[in-house]
Structure formats: structure tokens, C-alpha cells
Design a protein around this ligand. Sequence first.
Ligand SMILES: O=C(CO)[C@H](O)[C@H](O)COP(=O)(O)O
Length: 212
Amino acid sequence: MKIQLALDRLTREECYTILEQTESHIDWIEVGTGVIKEYGMAIVREIKEKYPYKTLVADMKTCDAGRHEALQAFEAGADITTVMAFSADQTIADVLEVARNNEKRVMIDLLGVTDSHRMADLEELGVDLVSLHFGKDMQKKEAMKLDMFSLVEERSGLEVAVAGGISLDSLPDIMHKSPSVVIVGSAVTKAKDKGKVVSTMRGVMDDYENNH
Ligand SMILES: O=C(CO)[C@H](O)[C@H](O)COP(=O)(O)O
């Protein structure tokens, strides 16, 4: 199981400070949508230059103009770009094609998807990486429910990431669902001792994997 650290709703300086404190415990770095909106593709480029050995996810949340936005992300150094699952099939196909041509990957954000037919469409389009996502605003009313995982059950062709308010408390239940990537944002970025929280998460995940 990998940890993807989501750098979201942060200043440039905060992103760098947090990366210094956490980078040895994380696998993938996500440049969050809000950070990209604030600083543009420049911050994706800068972070990749500083951490070239880390997989970099640009959380573009593309929903149209797929070819253009995928090129923007990949040319800036992203290894993975994100596209919303509700986008037109053409958008998703275009982003997948750009990714293939550049030896990069696409993560499809399943925010709002409840329909297994859409999952079948995505697989048909050639999608191989998805993120189960319980959104920031949805978290204001309730916590993520594990039944979200039913969308990806019996879809062995999909690598699954999961995001949405994951904390040290909710991590054990999530691990039982064996996602490939655990995306963690504010539980780490807003913590007082960010390094400690993320290293504890890493330890909990490693222990689980060593015992299952
Ligand atoms: O993509 C996102 C918001 O759209 C977040 O980066 C993702 O949900 C992880 O952050 P948190 O753990 O704070 O929910």
C-alpha cells in the first residue's frame, strides 16, 4: 500500500515545509487542485524538479479539454494526472491517449459516481487507476462510508486509490479493503507534528501488510 500525500489548500512555502517533514514516509506526492489553481503548472514543475524520484500526481480534476490539460500536466513533470469520471468518454479517451504516448498514467476521480455501469464504461475505455473519493464538502456532514468500495469490487483490472478525510482513526478499516494507494491530506497537512502522523500511518500500514 502506498501513501499519496495531498498538498491542498496550502501556500507554496507550506508545501515545501511539509514535504521536508514527510517525504521519507510517502510514496506519491499530490499537487492538489487548489494549489495548482493558485500557482499554476509552475508548482508542479518545481516540485518534480525538487523530488524527481517521487511519483508526482497533478490533481488537475480535468472534466473537458482533456488532451490540452493532460499535456499541461505531463509537460510540467507530472507522472499521473487526474480526470473526473463524469467527463465525456471522449475526454477520458483523449487523456488516456496522451498518457500512453508519454508513458504516463491517468487516475480517474470517482467523486459522485454511484453507478456500476459507469465503472464498466471506464474499464472499457482502458482506465486502470481510479480514486474512490469522498469530497471535502461531503465530509462536513458525515464521514466516508466503506460501502464506497463496492464500486470497485470484482474489478480486478483496476488499481484503487482512496481519499476523503482519512486519518489515523479511519485508516485501519480502510486497510481491510486493501486499496493500492491511500490518499491523505489534512490529517497530515493540518497536524501539529506532520512527520510523526505520517510516519505512524506508514508504520500501521506496514504492520498490516506484514501480517496479511
Ligand atoms: O482531492 C482532494 C479534495 O478534492 C483532497 O486532496 C483529498 O480529498 C485528500 O484530502 P483530505 O484527506 O483532506 O480529504
